[in-house]
Design a protein around this ligand. Sequence first.
Ligand code: KIV
Ligand code: ZN
Length: 389
Amino acid sequence: MKDKIYIFDTTLRDGEQAPGAAMGIQDKLQVAHQLEALKIDIIEAGFPVSSQAQFEATEMISRELNYPTIAGLARASKSDIDKAGEALKAANRKRIHTFIATSPIHMEYKLGKTPDEVLKMAVEAVSHAKTAADEVEFSPEDGCRSDMDFLVEIVQAVIEAGATTVNIPDTVGYVLPEEYGKIIATLRERVPNIDNAVLSTHCHNDLGMAAANSLAGVKNGARQVECTINGIGERAGNAAMEEIVLAVKTRSDFFEGIETDIKTTEIAKASKLVSRLTGFAVAPNKAIVGSNAFAHESGIHVHGILKNRETYEIMTPETIGLEGNRMVLGRHSGKAGFKKRCEEMGYKLSEDELKTAFDKFCQLADKKKEVFDEDIAAIISDDIRKEEQ
Ligand code: KIV
Ligand code: ZN
């Protein structure tokens, strides 16, 4: 039997909380349909109490989607939970995700509450949410800067109250992979009823650790990962869905039987859609979905790739739905890559012709960032034979 990781996508909630990433209702619906095409298990559609637009988007997504569970976020308050329950009403499977901060700094300065008061509010919230949804998820906000004994106590209490998922947010992206893994392992060891809930990761990327922390959580027993497309989210963002899914798939040797249900061939499409609708460009060197993620220029690399793609590709671009890799011609290119492109363009060159053309190419490549097919056509003079393929 496979050991499944549930993918909880929060592009439409935490992702959209990134300054400047707000999407209209129709745009959110378009993203939600693409998330369904990806076979995301749980979609966090919004934070219904926070605005009318959030409420309507959650309501519409609940109505229109079939396969995923739809989640709505709610603070640990009755009115938030009721609003979320109302927005989720039409969903085939509904989840209320309720949260309250548990770190000393958040409890004192943000909530002005004692740990006992916070614990009571968490339990009441979970008990109430159970009446309005099929599933209840609880998050101790800023969990990774919380006291471990208190975390153990509150996790045990919310599971007793009926939480079916317990999510451990690294709200401010503070911890390192070993530490995050240890928190998950400790909860598994010390919370007696932990097997009655799914443990989940929710990692922010302030120190660039979001994907690594999430995977450390998985390695230590978490079976849900919360993430966003392209890693968008507050400040430096959330764990990127594509990084988690491809890491588990590409390093199946390391993850030993752990799998996701994600249809990876839909990833490139999802990335482009979210980038277009949020206006957030994807950096060329972004793992998995950046435009350079499957591009090769240097002579040594291209030479290797032409002999065997696995020399410099640990996964194929086809896996994420791209048509193939991109061989870039520029100042780092070698003769093998240049010759291959000439052949693809229909030029059959003798050794002397190739040498002449490659010399001209090197001169041009020193002046330009990238040499395109039109440049090659201009380089290859009329006396060099062109045979239609
Ligand atoms: O980062 C965070 O703590 C959150 C919670 C609301 C889960 O997004
Ligand atoms: Zn978050």
